[in-house]
Write a protein that binds this ligand. Structure first.
Ligand code: SAM
Length: 197
């Protein structure tokens, strides 16, 4: 498995596939262990790198991961098989915003897909969290652009950064969740669902 992980890191570099930073996945794996997380939903599999590492954080951790790009989905399937994790990881080839979930609950939802749609992902999938479940979001610093919009010339990039900043405000002001922000990797948030009274 270690070898496959290294191969995936090489592949990601060679094919320009964005994968999670080391510090961030180490943080998430620790969270999984510390909080006895069993069922995970990941939005944005890419080639399966973070799904494989999350699934390997414990013997009975199950991951459902969604990817809309066919080539990446195929690559993720191949890598999951190589690691012998087919029983633990279900790779779904679909746009996450079109996925229909029913009768499932996740202890952890990891949002790591299109940055402009973070709020939509959050609002759609929050209903599938278990009691005290949490939503982790990656790339909230967006390579240092967040909080530095003035330094950006491209209109599209500015609009994207604007959406991430709005998402951060949305998290900060969300009455249903307690969110903590971590200056780890490209910026992470952990939003824990508050107890329903
Ligand atoms: N989590 C992966 C890892 O760390 O190994 C990296 C994921 S990469 C940053 C984001 C992925 O999300 C891309 O492969 C992209 O195709 C996928 N994606 C973006 N929007 C999506 C959507 N609406 N539904 C499903 N996948 C999406």
């Amino acid at each position: 498995m270690k070898e496959t992980i290294l191969e995936m890191e090489e592949y990601a570099k060679d094919h320009n596939v964005p994968i999670i930073e080391k510090d961030s996945i180490v943080f998430i794996m620790k969270y999984i262990k510390a909080n006895n997380v069993k069922n995970i939903l990941e939005i944005g599999s890419a080639i399966g790198y973070s799904a494989i590492l999350m699934a390997s954080a414990g013997l009975d951790v199950k991951v459902t991961t969604i990817e809309r790009d066919e080539a990446r989905y195929m690559e993720a399937l191949k890598n999951v098989k190589k690691c012998g994790l087919e029983k633990n990881i279900n790779v779904v080839y679909q746009d996450a915003l079109e996925v229909n979930l029913k009768d499932v609950e996740y202890d952890l939802i990891f949002i790591d897909a299109a940055k402009g749609q973070y709020t939509k992902f959050f609002e759609k999938f929050k209903y599938f969290l278990s009691k005290n479940g949490c939503i982790i979001t990656d790339n909230l610093k967006f390579h240092g652009y967040v909080g530095n919009k003035d330094s950006i010339d491209s209109k599209n990039l500015k609009a994207l950064v604007d959406k991430i900043e709005k998402y951060i405000d949305f998290l900060k002001n969300n009455p249903e969740f307690d969110t903590k922000f971590f200056d780890i990797g490209d910026g992470l948030s952990v939003s824990v669902k508050k107890d329903e009274k």
